[in-house]
Design a protein around this ligand. Structure first.
Ligand code: HEM
Ligand code: HEM
Length: 135
């Protein structure tokens, strides 16, 4: 497996543990905010999306029979996805404390950019190959 796949899968596991801990904490404490959106996005952007990213970087180049279009873009995707998700979570806590949403907005844009990098890389990698003519 490439290191980008291993990095994403390891991070997915860590976010899963954190998300589940927050879920149990919400149930135990009876308080939902500011934990609810962090729980939801650690699960959905952390655990589920990062697992999908990791597996996609391994499987899709093999399915399409061509190498990953850009390793550099994949690495940028990895860092921005993590910075974005942690920053968004901090943004939700700050929004809860003082009502401001600037931090949330900045890191949302970073997370969105990470997703755009992934989508571009995958589109370029899975470009259809011309059918092989029977001889
Ligand atoms: C130990 C496991 C889990 C616990 C204890 C837990 C707990 C909770 C709690 C207490 C809420 C708030 C529900 C409410 O509005 O009153 C919630 C919401 C949510 N959870 Fe979990 N959860 C768990 C696992 C998961 C997993 C595995 C996922 C996704 C893969 C997930 C996704 C969500 C989402 C998306 C919401 C927001 C739903 C909404 O806005 O209505 N949770 N969870
Ligand atoms: C750039 C990426 C994303 C941003 C900036 C973002 C932002 C948000 C925001 C601001 C909310 C409202 C939270 C609240 O105030 O309670 C929300 C809710 C929600 N989002 Fe996202 N989201 C993103 C990606 C996703 C993805 C990829 C999924 C699913 C795979 C998802 C699923 C949900 C769900 C289920 C809720 C309702 C639960 C909750 O209130 O937290 N989001 N999102």
């Amino acid at each position: 497996m490439s290191r980008i796949t291993v990095w994403f899968i390891k991070c997915a596991m860590v976010y899963f543990l954190l998300a589940i801990s927050l879920g149990v904490y919400m149930v135990a404490s009876g308080g939902l905010y500011p934990y609810l959106p962090i729980h939801a996005h650690f699960n959905l952007l952390g655990w589920m999306s990062m697992m999908i990213y990791g597996v996609s970087y391994h499987i899709l180049p093999r399915f399409s029979g061509r190498p990953l279009w850009s390793d550099k873009l994949a690495e940028a995707h990895f860092w921005l996805a993590n910075i974005g998700l942690v920053g968004i979570s901090a943004g939700w806590i700050l929004k809860y404390i003082d009502g401001g949403h600037t931090v949330l907005l900045i890191f949302s844009l970073i997370e969105a950019l990470a997703i755009i990098f992934f989508v571009i890389n995958m589109f370029k990698t899975i470009k259809s190959t011309p059918p092989i003519k029977a001889t």
